[in-house]
Design a protein around this ligand. Structure first.
Ligand code: CDP
Length: 228
């Protein structure tokens, strides 16, 4: 009997462009697993900070990442991981991790290891994966590619609301400056910069509700699957 081919849906875009909400919603509707690739870069950044590794020292960062063991598991439809047996949980969303993650993600050795781990998650089955290089580097052959965007002000407003929920003390202007700094680093780094993948459908969600974006993604993927 022939087994059906594995399906990977790639959702890329800049910070706070709605990728997580959309990727989660699409994964649920399609019955696929959800993978937040940024959580791996954030988790490794958290580990650097905890072990007092200077995140601006690529050699020290690569050394820490190479000796850190990652284990993956499925929880409520999402693929999650532990670092040396520890789950960093919500700590990966802290302001400090957010400020340092783009430095860690720019280190080529770190990217090579993370990309390998991300590709290995296909052993769990069909996936919706969000990130910066999913359609360009991790799964360049998938026909299911999306690039989400939104005006920087709207993205900063959305991210600020998330911080307010976690009681963090910040302003929309500060969040905007931090997002723009990170976008600049992510788009200009040498290895796997944020780019629109060839063949990706671009969706500007500035004036859209997340459920409508989910609907576009899900119906396009279902259409493509039914056409074989
Ligand atoms: O939630 P947000 O979109 O702000 O960021 P994230 O998806 O959690 O990613 C955090 C950081 O990880 C990004 O700013 C990138 O520096 C890095 N990243 C990456 O380089 N490649 C990916 N596929 C995913 C994230």
């Amino acid at each position: 009997m022939l087994s059906s081919p594995l399906i990977t849906v790639a959702i890329d875009g800049p910070s706070a462009s709605g990728k997580s909400t959309v990727a989660r919603g699409a994964a649920r509707a399609l019955g696929f697993h959800y993978v937040d690739s940024g959580s791996l870069y954030r988790g490794l950044t958290w580990k650097c900070l905890r072990e007092s590794v200077n995140t601006e020292d690529p050699v020290a960062v690569a050394e820490l990442v190479n000796r850190t063991k990652l284990d993956f598991f499925v929880e409520e439809g999402a693929i999650r991981f532990t670092l040396d047996g520890e789950d960093p949980g919500a700590q990966i969303r802290s302001m400090l991790v957010q400020e340092r993650v783009s430095d860690v993600a720019a280190v080529p050795d770190v990217r090579a290891r993370v990309v390998q781990h991300l590709r290995d998650t296909t052993r769990f089955g069909n996936l919706v994966m969000e990130g910066r290089d999913i359609g360009t580097v991790v799964f360049p052959d998938t026909p299911h590619k999306f690039y989400l965007d939104a005006d920087p002000e709207e993205r900063a407003r959305r991210r600020h609301q998330e911080f307010v929920k976690s009681a963090a003390d910040t302003t929309v202007d500060k969040v905007l400056a931090s997002l723009q700094r990170r976008d600049r680093k992510d788009s200009t780094r040498k290895t796997a910069p944020l780019q629109i993948a060839l063949g990706a459908r671009i969706i500007d969600s500035t004036a859209m509700q997340a459920k409508d974006v989910v609907e576009i993604v899900v119906s396009q993927v279902r259409d493509a699957i039914s056409k074989g």
